[in-house]
Every structure is written in C-alpha cells, then in structure tokens.
Design a protein around this ligand. Structure first.
Ligand SMILES: *[C@@H]1O[C@H](CO)[C@@H](O)[C@H](O)[C@H]1NC(C)=O
Ligand SMILES: *[C@@H]1O[C@H](CO)[C@@H](O)[C@H](O)[C@H]1NC(C)=O
Ligand SMILES: *[C@@H]1O[C@H](CO)[C@@H](O)[C@H](O)[C@H]1NC(C)=O
Length: 506
C-alpha cells in the first residue's frame, strides 16, 4: 500500500515537472555593433535543461535556427549568418548553466542585421514553452567634427559632421549660454554598411557666443558632442590676419610706388581683388592646438579602426631610391641613396595599392621600432591616383591633388596647404592614424598612442584617391603600415616584426 502511494506521488511529481515556463527579462537588450551580447532566457522554476531541446530562432525561422541544442549537444543545423558566433552561455555566474535551467544565448560580432526579435524555445518530453526577446543594435558614430567658415556679414557658418551611427542619429546645436541653436540644414546619409552619417550647419554670430556645441545622439542612448571655440577660430584663422597684413603691405608698397611712378600712370587699382582670388579653393585646416584643446573630444581609436583598411604599397610605382619589404608594408630610403640637396626629399614617394572613390577609410603607420626613437622624417597623406612626386614642394598642393602632413626633422611638422600650417606636435607620433573621409572631404591625422586628434584637412576629393607615404632620409626606423586589429571585442596583440626583409630589387 505504502509503496503504491509513493509511486503515485512520484508519478504526480513527474507530471508536475512536465510543465515548462520560459522567462526572458522585460524590455529589450541593446548591443553595440561588433560587440558580444547575451540574450538571457531561463526556465522558471529552475529545472535541469540538459536533456531538453533548446532552440533559439528568428521570426518565422523555426527550421533554420540561430542555435539548436538537442540530444545533449549543439547541432549543426543553423542559419549560416550565425555560424561560429552563437553559443549557450550562462547569463550570470550563479545561474547554474543548463543544469539550473539557464538557456541564455550568446551572440558575438553583432551586426545591424541581427536587430529584431529572438525566440527562446524550450521543449521537454511532453511540454514546451517559448518567449520572445527584442535585440536592438546601436553604433556610436565618430566624434563630431566642427568646421567654421566666415560669412560676408561677419557671422560664421559652422558645420558639424559625424558618421558611423546606428540607428538614425539626431543632431542638436547649443551655444555656451545653454541656448539651443536652430540647425539651418541637416542631411542624413546611409552608407552601404547600413551606418548613418549626418551633416548639419548653422549660423552664429561671434558676438553672441564663445563656444558652439554640436551633439549627435540616438534613441538607444548613444551620444557624442563636439565643441568649438569660435572666438578661437577667429584669432587662429591663419589666413585672415596674414592676408590682411599682406594686403595692407601690398597696398602700402603700391601706394609708395604709385607716388614715385605717378607720372607714368601705372595701373594701380584692384589691389584688394587680386589676392582674394587666390583664396578660392583653399584646403581648410583644423588643428587640435591651443585654441581647440578644450574642444577636443575623446578620440576612441577603436571607433576609427572600424574603418580600417589593409593597405599595401604599390610595388610598380615606387621611387627607385626607396626599398620596400616583400610584404609591401615597410618602406625606407635605400642605403645607397645620398640625399645631397637641401630640404625634405619630396620625390621619395610610395603609394598605396588601394584606390578610393567614396566612403571612410582608416590606416595606421608605425613610425618607430623597439629601442629606436620615433622617426624624424616622414610625409604621410593621400594623393590623386596617377600623380607623382617631384622635388619641388610648391607643385605638391591640394589643388593639384596632394594632401599631406610632413615631419621635417628640426623644421617641425607642416601641411602642404596653400598657406602651409606649421604644427607643434609633442611627443613625436610613434604611430600615426590616418582617416580619409572621401564623401565629406576630410583627411584627419591622429596620434594613436595618445589617442589624440592632430589635424583635420578639409577639401573636396575627386577621382581615385590613394594613400601616400614618404619615409624621408636618414632615419633608423622605417615607415611601416600596420594592420589594425579588426575586432572590437578582443584586440589582437600586434606583433611588429623586427626582421625586415628588404627587397633589394624593388
Ligand atoms: C566556422 O568555423 C569553422 C572551423 O573553424 C570554419 O571551417 C568555417 O569556415 C566557419 N564558418 C563560418 C561561416 O565562418
Ligand atoms: C554653410 O555650409 C554648408 C556646408 O557645410 C553649406 O551647405 C551651406 O550652404 C552654407 N551656408 C551658407 C549660408 O553659406
Ligand atoms: C531630436 O532632438 C530634439 C531635442 O531633444 C527633439 O526635440 C526632436 O524631437 C528629436 N528628433 C528626432 C527625430 O528624434
């Protein structure tokens, strides 16, 4: 009799445990593009799930699941896009894993396509249950870059651009008085990779504000802000004061000459209009120097590296006085090249084998190697495809399709803009990051080690643009293009090869 009751009780117990309730947290889960995320899901009350079927699937994709666990192991049957990046992972250290009924899904390398509902389905011998959990994907874009332009009426046209956002970002402008500035224009662009870039401009009078901020944010809570001291802009606009000084000087000289040559009736008019013409088509430069120090936002190198490209040197089009390694990554001056002329050897050019006609592209250049100081001489930038470099620097201008930053030893760092800008960069960059934003017309330089923005050149690109490298002469370290770690999750240790295999027949 007694054993019958026990049997009955046991039967009842197994019948009770047959019912399954699957739980997921309320709301949704937010994950960054490229990151790893856990979608929590568990059986409540807890029971061992090791012998159950666990099936994670997308809407209407029951038969091609994200992950299927059955007969005690994970099955091969799977939607291809989730292969090698999905697993069952405990949602916490105390959940007890499968034994404790925790059937949470881990997804790696999140992409925009992963956004949407996920179903967590658990089936025992005679009962099953499922729950739905929404995944929202987000990407924090680049730090907004502000750029001012003087308008004829004394106001400034300040523009702000940023890219790499998801979902669609919202842009707001404020001044230091906490006043909201109305954007005069906003344009949103979606790139092929699904990420958004945003551009906006507004006008502001320097008498109304000292600082202008542009903030880009998403509904998922990502937000980045850039500031600009517009007073700083006015005093650090390298063209205006110089230009006015030269114009005045020019006029004064002409005036003197005019007095002397009065009787010869020289054509001494229009002294203001001449130089104005030359200012057209200049390349704007924005520096992270004193005027912008406070304004510079945190640079996240990982953000830049999302646009990382594998750059190699074009072996066919290299200066004969340069040597490159077999992997086309390192370049240096040939030991038998003797630089006799004065000044930087602009003609020692090497070009990237990759050509760009749109989009954002990022690469890094190593300018040091173990136990040697950072290189003193280098020239790094971009060039219009097909251009070659001569000795004459005055021919290497943006209007002719050259954009670069040059480190010229004791002469410091300078740009090749029509009025060259000299920068003081300290310490010397050991690794330089270069961001080419073709569509926005931006070329930006970063010091990777210090996560510092050095310089932005603003221009308009046309045709194919290729990376430009020049290792200068006389440095112990070569110039080495490095492959950036691609994944955000687990940065790969970069091994900088110390064995340079110089290709002597290059
Ligand atoms: C998954 O990993 C295996 C083994 O590492 C590899 O052979 C396969 O190509 C990978 N599949 C995908 C879709 O990445
Ligand atoms: C201000 O600059 C933007 C480009 O950033 C341009 O589209 C706009 O027309 C300019 N506005 C004025 C009034 O010049
Ligand atoms: C953008 O932000 C502003 C200010 O917070 C808000 O008024 C506006 O509705 C937002 N627009 C969108 C499209 O989210």
């Amino acid at each position: 009799m007694r054993s019958i009751i026990v049997l009955l009780l046991l039967n009842l117990l197994t019948d009770c445990s047959v019912s399954i309730t699957v739980k997921v947290p309320p709301g949704f889960v937010v994950a960054h593009v490229g990151s790893t995320v856990i979608l929590p899901c568990w059986i409540s009350p807890a029971q061992n799930a090791e012998a159950m079927e666990i099936r994670w699937y997308r809407q209407k994709q029951f038969k091609t699941p994200v992950l299927l666990y059955e007969h005690g192991r994970i099955q091969d049957k799977q939607e291809e896009s989730f292969r090698n990046r999905s697993s069952l992972t405990p949602r916490s250290d105390h959940s007890g894993g499968l034994k404790g009924g925790d059937v949470s899904l881990q997804l790696e390398k999140i992409t925009i396509q992963d956004e949407g509902p996920f179903h967590c389905y658990v089936s025992g011998h005679s009962a099953y249950d499922s729950a739905e959990l929404e995944l929202k994907v987000t990407a924090p874009g680049s730090a907004p870059v502000l750029f001012p332009r003087a308008l004829d009426d004394g106001r400034l046209n300040v523009s702000c651009s940023s890219s790499g956002w998801y979902p669609e970002p919202n842009i707001t402008w404020t001044s230091d008085q906490g006043k909201t500035l109305r954007p005069a224009g906003v344009s949103l662009h979606r790139a092929a990779d699904g990420l958004f870039s945003v551009h906006s401009w507004t006008t502001v009078s320097p008498s109304d504000a000292q600082l202008v901020s542009c903030s880009v944010s998403t509904t998922t809570g990502e937000s980045k802000e850039g500031n600009m001291d517009i007073q700083g802009f006015i005093s650090s606009d390298p063209w205006k004061p110089l230009f006015i000084t030269f114009t005045l000087l020019f006029c004064a000289l002409l005036g003197v000459a005019g007095l002397i040559l009065y009787k010869y009736r020289g054509k001494l008019t229009d002294c203001e209009n001449g130089p104005v013409e030359e200012r057209k088509g200049y390349t704007g430069v924005q520096m992270s120097d004193n005027a912008y120090e406070n304004a510079s936002v945190d640079i996240n190198i990982e953000d830049l590296r999302k646009h990382a490209e594998q750059i190699t040197i074009d072996r066919e089009n290299i200066s004969p006085d340069l040597k490159i390694t077999n992997d086309c990554k390192c370049v240096r001056d040939s030991p038998d090249y003797h630089h006799t002329a004065e000044g930087f050897p602009y003609q020692l050019c090497a070009f990237g084998a990759q050509r760009y006609t749109s989009g954002r592209h990022y690469w890094e250049v190593e300018l040091t190697r173990e136990n040697t100081p950072a290189k003193n001489y280098w020239l790094i930038g971009v060039v219009k495809h097909g251009n070659h470099c001569g000795k004459d620097r005055s021919a290497l201008t943006p209007s002719r399709g050259y954009w670069f930053l040059c480190s010229d030893g004791k002469n410091g760092f300078y740009t090749n803009t029509d009025s060259p800008i000299t920068l003081s960069i300290s310490p010397r960059p050991e690794r330089l990051g270069v961001l080419l934003d073709y569509d926005e017309g931006l070329l930006e330089f970063y010091s990777v080690k210090e996560s510092k923005h050095l310089l932005t050149m603003r221009t308009r690109f046309s045709g194919s643009i290729v990376p430009l490298f020049n290792p200068g002469v006389g440095d112990k370290s070569p110039l080495k293009i490095v492959d950036c770690p691609v994944t955000v999750e687990s940065p790969v240790e970069l091994t900088v090869s110390l064995l340079y295999n110089w290709n002597t027949d290059a």
